[in-house]
Every structure is written in structure tokens, then in C-alpha cells.
Write a protein that binds this ligand. Sequence first.
Ligand SMILES: [Zn+2]
Length: 282
Amino acid sequence: MSFSEKVKRELISVLPPARHCRIAEMAALICGGGFFKDNNFTFRNDKTIAKEKFTAILQKDFDDEFNEKVIKATKSSFADDGLPICCIPKILITSSCCKRAFLRGAFLCAGSVNEPGCGNHLEIYSRSESYAEEIKSLFIDLELDLYPKTMQRKNRIVVYFKDGEQVSAVLGALSAFGAMLCFESKRVESNVNNQINRKVNFQNANMEKTINAAMEQTHYILKIERAVGLEVLPKHLEETARLRLAHPEYSLQEIGRALEVPAGKSSVNHRLKQIKAISEKY
Ligand SMILES: [Zn+2]
């Protein structure tokens, strides 16, 4: 089962406690999943999930008479040919709880979300530009600092979120809390992996720098040794030079610690600079 399907399965089980929210969600399911034919409402074949949620809400406490009422209230969202023109019946979604419920219904009809860890992307598509704009406004109206974007894909307008934090916040807003936790744990895991990779890269880069420096130091120490021998150096420089040759893998601190009279990194660095200056004479 894809992550999108898992999210939708979870959303089917979410029955809003308040009646006004259930009505708002039904309106979204009707707008996004159905059409009218000969004054009869039916769900389109590819909208079985919308139908399932619609039935679940109906079974909760709605009767046929209520069903009629909801359909009547949302009928303005359909053109004469029975196809949805997808304008949101605003009277049903005045409060923020109902806006969330409507968006949940809209996601059930036309939403999808990438697998956690496979790029952050959540979207709701629409055939109508105005419906897409209304969906976008509803997300913004939730005041959760959500920044939905829209794009055209073939004959559809897609309202989408690309940022991991935003995708997670949307899952929470739709009340897909199980999916949100799953998404978040993957996100944290991949952030930690990225941090580890960055650290490893940084350490590798540092190691490369250390190795290059050690090779250069070895080169000029050998130049002196071959020309006149290391014995010509003052004792403290000779000791440093011999330690460098014996331990090319040592950092400057390690060389400092290995000296007969231990010295700090900057002191070792200073000595190596002196040795380099001497080597330039040869
Ligand atoms: Zn409500």
C-alpha cells in the first residue's frame, strides 16, 4: 500500500466530532468526487475512497433526508451537465474546524503525498483553476503558516507543498496524525543522516588537508636530509623533523605531544615553518 493510500485509509477513519464539520467534509466529497445525472447524485468510478468516506459519515448519524439537504446545499457546485464546477459552498465552511474537514474531503478525492524519505511533496489537484485557488486560500486561512503553491499539470491545476515541515503540518491539519508521525520520524532520520554525511565530508576534507600538509613537510625535510643531513638543524628542529618523518600520519598536536619536552600545535607549526625556510637554501 502506498503512503498516499495509507494516509487516505487513516482519513476515512477520522469522523469529526462536530456535525458542522461532518457536513463540510461531505460537501468536499460531493464536490470532488461526484456528479449529478437526472437529478440523482452519484460518485464517479475513480472516487471509491470518497464514496467510502461519504458512506461512513452517513452511517454515523445521517439519514436520507439529511443526505438530500447536503446535496441540495452543494448542488450549486455542479453545472447543468451534472459535472462539478467545483466552487466551494462557503456557507458550510465558515469556521476553521470546518475548513480542515473540507480540506480532508478534498484530499480524499484528489490528493496524494510522496513516500516519507522520497522527496517532500503533497498535492491536491483540480480541473478548475478557481477551485484550486479556493483550496489554496483555505490552507492559508488555517493560520498554520502554510504556503501552498499552484502549478499547471496537463489539464489540471495542482495545489502543492514541497517543504518537509509544511507537508507534515498539512498531514496534521487533516488529522492524519499516524501518517504525520511516520513522515516526521523518516524526516528526522534523513536529517540526522544528512548531518552525519556533512560531518564525514568535513572530516574527510580536513584529513585530506592534514595529509597534504604532512606530505609537503616530509618533502622539505627530506630535501635537507639529502643535502646536508638533519644533524645540521638546531636540536629542537631536528627532533621535530625526525618525528614528522617517522609519523607522517600524526597531526601537529600529536607531534607536539611526542616531543621530549611537549609543545603545543602552534609551536610545532612554527618549528616546521623554520625548517621549511631552512630547506629553501638547498
Ligand atoms: Zn466545524
